[in-house]
Every structure is written in structure tokens, then in C-alpha cells.
Design a protein around this ligand. Sequence first.
Ligand SMILES: Cc1cc2nc3c(=O)[nH]c(=O)nc-3n(C[C@H](O)[C@H](O)[C@H](O)COP(=O)(O)O)c2cc1C
Length: 262
Amino acid sequence: MLPTDDAALLARWWDAIFHRVSVRSFDPQPIPESFLHRLTKTIDLLQKAAPSARAVILGDEPRDILRGAAYGLFVGAQGYIALLGSPKEERIDQQIGYLGEGLVLEATALGLGTCWVGGMFRASKMAKKLASPGERVYAIIPLGYPASRQGYGHRVLKGLARSKGRKDLATICPFFHQAPPWVKAGVETARLAPSAMNRQPWRFTLQDDRVILTAAGIDTPFVSKKLDCGIALLHFELGARHAGWEGHWEWLDAPRIAAFYP
Ligand SMILES: Cc1cc2nc3c(=O)[nH]c(=O)nc-3n(C[C@H](O)[C@H](O)[C@H](O)COP(=O)(O)O)c2cc1C
């Protein structure tokens, strides 16, 4: 469960879901220290729900750790988030997704641009710099003020990933049209979540009175669909809470991800 009842924070993140898009070109304007501090506070807040995942905020451009084509794709970021954890920890991918997306939404609410990067960075170089023994770097998220015009590489990648498109509501939740309002709100909000190659590998089904989130389809190279589902889990929770849901959710074993109780 998102360990907060702070209505202003929940509203800010819910709102950010509708503004967020992946940003790959950034303005050279520095990120205010107070924003980096807010992101650090967000890590503290989310740690209870994602205790095995670790996030580090770095205040420099991630250029030297981007791989090959990504050098030209991500331009001008003024900082980045690194997401780490031990592959031995249970549900680590899901927790990385949940923690990272909370940071993405807080950054978006602050007016910053973000983009999850799962495969285009030098994981071993990053690990040498940041990881404790047994940890790996799962993803990085460049940060900065969005440039007024996104670069050519961004536009190509957006087209390749069909970033604007989302699966039908009935595909991700077959009982959508019969669902109660809190479930509809949750599914609609989850549908907007970012995912690697925009694969949206999440499905919602009803079992008794619970909603079950399950990972579906194939993994993307370097990114487990469980990580994408961790992102969708936070979105579903925010949407359902916005619609007045006062229930709770629990982790489940893969391929199931979580159960939501009314
Ligand atoms: C876990 C994850 C990994 C991603 N990895 C990359 C990446 O390596 N390079 C990249 O350009 N975009 C990456 N993306 C961004 C997706 O392509 C993007 O979220 C998706 O196409 C939907 O577009 P939107 O974020 O603008 O809604 C990643 C997204 C997620 C959630």
C-alpha cells in the first residue's frame, strides 16, 4: 500500500499521470536543489511499500553511462535516478517499478521530464559506481526540464514503440464494463502507465471480490514484465483511491503480481 493519506500528494500524482510522457531531450537549465530534496523524500515515503528496491538520485548528466545509440537519443539531462536491488530478493522487479514510477510522478508534478531507460545504459559501469555486493542496476531515469522540441531520435523511438497507443480497456480488463467505479478508475489509470517498448504487459481480472493484476506476454530485453506491472500497480492504486477506494492490496507470486481488496 502507498504509505500515505496525504490527499494533496495523491491528487498531485494522479494529475501527473495525465501529463506524463517520456522525454528524451532536456533543457540545459539546472534542476533546483529543492526538487532533488523532494525526490529524496519521495524515496523515503515509498520505501515502506518497496523495501527491497533502492533508488539513488544523481545530479549529473548520464551521458557516459548511456550505451551506443542512446548517446544521441538522450540529450541534456541534468540528473538521473538509478534504481537498484538484489535479484535474489523476492518481487524485486515489481518493487523497482513501483518505487521508480512514484519518483517519475513526483518529478512530473514538479515540472520535470523523465524517461525510464531499461536497456540502453551501461549496467556494469553503473553497478561499479553505485551497487553494493549482489545488487544490480535495473533501470535509470534521466531528469531535467523538457526541451521545447524533442529530437529526431525521440520521434523515431516514439514511432517504433508506438508510444501514443494503448491497448483497449477490454483487453487489459475483460470485465471492465461490469466493473464497479473504483475498479474502472484503477484500470483506466493503469492503462496510461509507461512500459518498456510500450508493451503494457498487465491484465486485471476479478476473482471473488478481489481484483487480480497479472503479468502477461513476453519480457522485453533487459526489462521484466514484472517491472512494468509494478508501475501499473501504482497507477491502479492511485486511480482507485481517486475514485474513493479505501481497500488494500497485497503482493502475490508471479505471474500474478498483486490482489486488490475492496
Ligand atoms: C521499464 C521501462 C524501460 C524503458 N526503457 C526504455 C529505453 O531503454 N529507451 C527508451 O528510449 N525508452 C524506454 N522506455 C520508454 C517507453 O518506450 C515508453 O514509456 C513507452 O513507449 C510509452 O510512451 P510514454 O512513456 O511516452 O507514454 C522504457 C519504459 C519503461 C517503463
